[in-house]
Write a protein that binds this ligand. Structure first.
Ligand SMILES: Cc1ncc(COP(=O)(O)O)c(C=O)c1O
Length: 390
């Protein structure tokens, strides 16, 4: 494929490039943006063909919904994840951030606590707070170099005000794939404490060769009455700009309530998102993803090897995603100084770990979904910026 091709995204409104100076103070002229979770690769040919088809139709009026797309989603879930998802259970939203906010508003009340396993995707916290709910942090612990949930500590710290749990599966950052046993334990916990559960599986396709992802409802089918599964083609195929996500709700009553909320806000799937998603979830799309994850794993190996040569820096080994997670606490520097070097000397803009909640403070998250030459360059710049530690 063409993952090595360098595409100039500057000046196109791409958040990662055009907002990097505002976020990290580094110009896109010589800087490398490694923050926003999207990919710098050329879109798959199957997507380009879909857009061409749309162009040729030359009409962008009202259209009847998402039926064929939901069939394609069901095909993909079955084919790639062995999950017999029912198209009739799927609800379309304007992306998954939107889905999370609307689920919080529909199924919890202001003041209710929502459990999240930190450090985690910062929008979880934002959405909980913006909707007037309360974050209940369950800090992950690092064992054997990777994250684990500490269910005993969570149980001991319950306040009785918890109403919902929100997980990233696989986990963002660092791409930990939760095992069927761990997911099952979560289902039991939610059952015991009468909690609803949102399984955000947006990263489920970005799984490295040899690793195995299990969808929540396959690990814990008994949780079907309290579970919302969130999926999207947007991370896998880099279509986040088309703002489309899917919430699968097997429970009839909960689905009805959610559909009412969607109707209230006139939330309907957008044409571009539907066309892209339908095209992506196909055998051609699958072949592209197989090549993509092999490429991403190559970037991951290269990045980890390079970081391992810098004393004091520790990158967490990943099983999936392109969101590398690097611990700078071993440098003995204040985080401010480490970040100054990353920005000013290496000219890199990663995401700041503190925004991911408790446990993220000493970390930076590096998005490595960019042509390999750029990852090589980023590693060399990091090594130079911390050369005095060698
Ligand atoms: C776990 C997780 N959920 C949701 C999203 C964003 O979804 P959307 O762009 O559909 O709002 C991200 C983006 O990085 C993510 O990591």
């Amino acid at each position: 494929m063409n993952f090595d091709d360098i595409i100039d995204r500057r000046g196109t409104g791409a958040t990662k490039w055009d907002n990097m100076e505002a976020y990290g103070g580094v110009s896109p002229e010589d800087g490398i943006p490694m923050w926003v979770a999207d990919m710098d690769f050329r879109a798959a040919d199957v997507l380009q063909d879909a857009v061409r088809g749309l162009l040729e139709r030359a009409n962008y009026g009202y259209f009847t919904g998402d039926g064929a797309m939901n069939e394609a989603i069901a095909w993909w879930m079955n084919e790639r994840h062995g999950w017999a998802a029912d198209p009739a259970h799927m609800c379309s939203t304007a992306g998954l951030g939107h889905a999370i906010a609307l689920l919080l508003e529909t199924f919890t009340d202001p003041g209710d606590e929502v459990i999240i396993f930190t450090p985690v995707y910062h929008e979880f916290t934002h959405k909980i707070e913006l909707t007037g709910r309360v974050v209940h942090e369950a800090p992950l612990v690092i064992r054997d170099g990777i994250y684990h949930m500490n269910m005993d500590a969570l149980e001991a710290g319950l306040t009785g005000r918890e109403r919902m749990m929100l997980i990233s599966s696989p986990h963002n950052p660092a791409g930990r794939i939760w095992t069927p046993g761990e997911l099952h334990a979560l289902a039991e916990f939610c059952d015991r404490n009468d909690l609803l559960l949102i399984a955000d599986e947006i990263h489920h396709d970005l799984v490295f060769p040899g690793q195995r992802f299990t969808t929540f409802l396959n690990a814990a089918p008994e949780a079907v009455g309290r579970c919302f599964v969130l999926t999207a083609a947007s991370k896998t195929f880099n279509t986040a700009g088309a703002r489309l996500g899917t919430v699968t709700i097997p429970d009839d009553g909960m689905r009805k309530r959610f559909r009412r909320a969607l109707l209230e806000h006139q939330t309907q799937p957008n044409l571009l998102g539907v066309e892209l998603t339908r095209a992506a979830y196909s055998p051609r799309g699958a072949a592209w993803v197989d090549e993509l994850v092999t490429y991403l794993e190559g970037n991951h190996r290269l990045f980890l090897d390079g970081v391992a040569r810098i004393p004091g820096l520790q990158a967490m080994p990943m099983q999936s995603t392109y969101l590398a997670w690097v611990d700078f606490s071993g440098t003995g520097m204040e985080m401010e100084e480490a970040l100054r070097r990353v920005h000013r000397e290496a000219r890199l803009v990663p995401s700041v770990g503190a925004a991911f909640g408790t446990g993220g403070e000493g970390f930076l998250r590096f998005n490595i979904a960019t042509p390999r030459a750029r990852v090589v360059e980023a590693v060399e710049r990091l090594q130079a910026a911390f050369a005095d530690l060698q």
